[in-house]
Design a protein around this ligand. Structure first.
Ligand code: FES
Length: 94
């Protein structure tokens, strides 16, 4: 779906899976480039959600980053060694 145009220079993890990334790029872009298309689920129906606006407006990209909940993946810049994943069910309200 998405293809990188520039080489990666670091590694991050998504749910413990190693993901090649580029320091300073948006976390959402790194995850999408790695083929990860479900970032969270909706509270009411459990429908999968992925980044939509990529500019901080829709909040469909909320994830956990280094233990901090409710981080917008599109507004969070990759740092080497960053650990990300879906938010815990108790945080989402599921
Ligand atoms: S993709 Fe819309 S807020 Fe991140």
């Amino acid at each position: 779906m998405f293809q990188r145009t520039e080489p990666t220079d670091c590694t991050i993890t998504w749910q413990g899976r190693s993901i090649p990334a580029r320091a300073g790029e948006p976390l959402a872009a790194a995850l999408l480039a790695a083929g990860i298309t479900q970032f969270r689920t909706t509270v009411v129906s459990g429908a999968p959600r992925a980044p939509f606006c990529m500019m901080g407006s829709c909040f469909d990209c909320l994830v956990e980053v280094d233990g901090e909940q409710n981080r917008q993946a599109c507004m969070t810049l990759v740092a080497p060694g960053m650990a990300a994943g879906p938010m815990a069910p108790e945080v989402v309200g599921a």
